[in-house]
Design a protein around this ligand. Structure first.
Ligand SMILES: Cc1ncc(COP(=O)(O)O)c(C=O)c1O
Length: 388
């Protein structure tokens, strides 16, 4: 059955007023996500504390997140942020043996490199895979750095600066051949594309729920492949990470047999309400259908920008991009402000402005953005180009 994307769009009231191309920073708010926040408030007023329901909500988020990743709930930790998941995993690794090396790429979001650098104090050696002359990171650049001293390859799926999508399945095959494990940071992809953890073959996946998963800040996830869970004992822990949360046993650390061992303290209850509602929309719509629509919208955006003589830095190849189109500007902050004054919401990182697309965007949104960009080209075009 064809999906009625126009009807879905109407569930995001912000889109009546704004051309919202900023889901890579924070999603537009859905009617049902707002209702979920309100339901939490109503319960707080009516009954005060409702722990049984709240724990059930946390489990509902775990199950829905597992469905999105196409894995089992026992392989998913519900965390407070992507950083919390990365820290919990890092705390379970040993960097004193023969495999001290952590391979990251130059496309990482800061937190995904900084946390691995923080492990240097514990013996880790962090190596950065550089991009090639065309700005992309091909598999051969990973092949040069992943070796028999590598414990983990920690790599982003879609770069937050330029929208390039890396070949995660290829990197994982390479890493596994050399005995290393792989953690993918899929934050800039998941919800806007299918992220099938098993098909990719990764050992770990991390992200959060405020962007394309349509939830809120303050809640994230860590996927850990089932065969690895028991051998990894995080020192970053807490009572909600124990096998029996209710045991209240202060004499020992008895981690859960599931990926819950990577959690810590009291779950982010209100955020679970919002996240559950957001994930429901993603699952009902289906990530394959979402991916196809997002691909068509980013293609339209790339073509439109090329037609006005202001090409994006994001790869044109469908397999090499996610939901982001990044455009170079000599004054990215100024351009984002100008667009904002026209009710076109974008963001910027370094010298690129970022138009990030979700299924609720329309062809008209893209055309409006491109038309506005045409008007700004003389003043805000790429660095090194004279005005004109
Ligand atoms: C690729 C990527 N990783 C990680 C993060 C941040 O994760 P958190 O703030 O949940 O730790 C972001 C946020 O924008 C991101 O884009």
């Amino acid at each position: 059955m064809a999906i009625d994307f126009d009807a879905l769009r109407r569930r995001f009231p912000l889109l009546e007023r704004k051309t919202y191309l900023n889901s890579g920073s924070y999603c537009a708010l859905a009617d049902s996500v707002r209702d979920a926040f309100n339901a939490y408030m109503d319960e707080r007023l009516a009954v005060g504390a409702n722990w049984d329901l709240w724990v059930a909500k946390n489990e509902a988020v775990r199950s829905a997140m597992a469905q999105v990743l196409r894995v089992t709930p026992d392989e998913v930790a519900v965390t407070a942020s992507a950083s919390a998941g990365i820290n919990a995993l890092a705390s379970a690794l040993d960097f004193n043996g023969p495999r001290r090396k952590v391979v990251v790429s130059d496309f990482e979001f800061p937190t995904h490199a900084q946390i691995w650098h923080a492990q240097e104090r514990l013996g880790a050696e962090v190596a950065h895979v550089p991009s090639a002359a065309d700005g992309y990171i091909p598999l051969e650049n990973f092949a040069r750095l992943i070796d028999d001293r590598t414990q983990i390859v920690a790599v982003t799926q879609v770069c937050f600066r330029n929208g390039a999508r890396l070949d995660i399945a290829g990197i994982t095959r390479l890493a596994h051949e050399r005995g290393a494990r792989v953690m993918v940071d899929c934050y800039q992809a998941i919800g806007a594309m299918t992220v099938d953890a098993r098909a990719l073959g990764v050992d770990f996946a991390v992200g959060g729920m405020l962007k394309y998963l349509l939830g809120t800040a303050g809640i994230g996830f860590l996927y850990v492949r089932s065969g690895l869970i028991r051998e990894l004992v995080p020192s970053h822990s807490g009572w909600f990470a124990q096998q029996d949360i209710g045991a209240m046993d202060i004499t020992a650390n008895r981690p859960s047999r599931s990926a819950r061992r990577f959690e810590a303290g009291t779950p982010p209850v209100v955020n679970c309400y919002a996240a559950e509602a957001g994930l429901k929309i993603i699952l009902e719509t289906g990530t394959d259908a979402i991916e196809a629509r997002v691909r068509a919208l980013t293609r339209r955006c790339l073509d439109g920008l090329a037609a006005i003589g202001w090409p994006a830095v994001t790869p044109a190849d469908d397999a090499r991009r996610g939901p982001m189109v990044a455009v170079p500007s000599r004054d990215a902050a100024g351009l984002v402000a100008q667009l904002m004054a026209q009710d076109i919401v974008t963001s910027f990182r370094n010298d690129n402005i970022r138009a990030t697309v979700h299924f609720y965007n329309s062809d008209e949104d893209i055309d409006r953005f491109v038309a506005a960009m045409a008007g700004h080209r003389a003043r805000f075009g790429p660095r090194g180009e004279g005005p004109g």
